[in-house]
Design a binder for this molecule. Sequence first.
Ligand code: FAD
Length: 312
Amino acid sequence: MEIFAGFAGAEVLYDAKGAVRGVATGDMGVNRKGEKTDAFQPGVELLAKYTFFAEGCRGHLGKQLEARFKLREGVDPQVFGIGLKELWEVRPEQHRPGLVVHTAGWPLDSGTYGGSFLYHLDNHQAAVGFVVGLGYTNPYLAPHEEFQRYKTHPAIRGFLEGGKRVAYGARAITAGGLQSLPKLVFPGGCLIGDDAGFLNASRIKGSHGAIKSGMMAAEAAHAALASGRSAWRSSPASPAPKCSTTRKARCAASPPATWASTARARRPRPTSREWSCSPNTPSLPKAAAAIWASSWSTDSGCATESIRSCTA
Ligand SMILES: Cc1cc2nc3c(=O)[nH]c(=O)nc-3n(C[C@H](O)[C@H](O)[C@H](O)COP(=O)(O)OP(=O)(O)OC[C@H]3O[C@@H](n4cnc5c(N)ncnc54)[C@H](O)[C@@H]3O)c2cc1C
């Protein structure tokens, strides 16, 4: 295995038939005017029989692939949130190893989607974070300031007072859920993890989907290569996979557990968006009801299929 740290995939490479054949890294040693400097090094081509794109939320190559192969046809547009997270060392007397606190709403108004998490870890550490849906309409709203306000809530403040923040960061998340999941496979590769949109937004749970979708894609590619196929094209010994329809391909490339988890969480975000349009109904109680209701719903239509069926 080779890891090319510090080199972003800058361009998708296609073969003569239009299948993905790899990526090219960007040129290095270019000045701000775009001119080559003494340190110039041209990008390199990384070629593969299958290329998996795992750029995280709204990857720029993923966006190009979605457009080129029409992967988003027939699905809802993706929606996004911004997640801010801090790691704290808390006072030993305030440390409750294993305690998980999730909240929705405050200090956001009833028309703005968002919520928080607080996880007590080992070694007197706690991870605390806040997510704000990027569909907010108040132009003065600042997600970072809302996060700071959230930490003043009496239920949260006590855990952090006297503690020390040791790290922090922010990152966008995909929040559209199952309805926004594009077709995942295309000739020569697939989208996995947040590049596809596997995040379960109501739980801010995306690592599992990212890992599992990568594992399933690897198994499928391995099986395809072992049978002499590449770029989803048939060989005499092995016909092309029958995954032509959007629904079938989306089902087929989704690990059953990931599909089921994403299916259970498919309603809160869109429901909140719909209800927040109604001035007379506070969205928070209804969103809470939707989260509760969605935990009882399943989409069994796809739960038994896996990416393996794509290579059968
Ligand atoms: C505040 C916050 C808290 C969260 N908490 C949890 C949690 O408790 N549990 C959980 O399961 N999930 C959580 N998530 C979600 C989780 O972080 C993501 O779902 C998960 O990281 C997705 O993994 P990924 O590999 O698809 O993408 P990423 O982890 O985003 O990795 C993508 C990587 O690709 C790199 N990259 C992008 N473009 C290119 C390119 N063109 N070339 C080369 N490299 C590129 C990026 O720099 C990045 O390092 C949280 C998210 C946020 C924002």
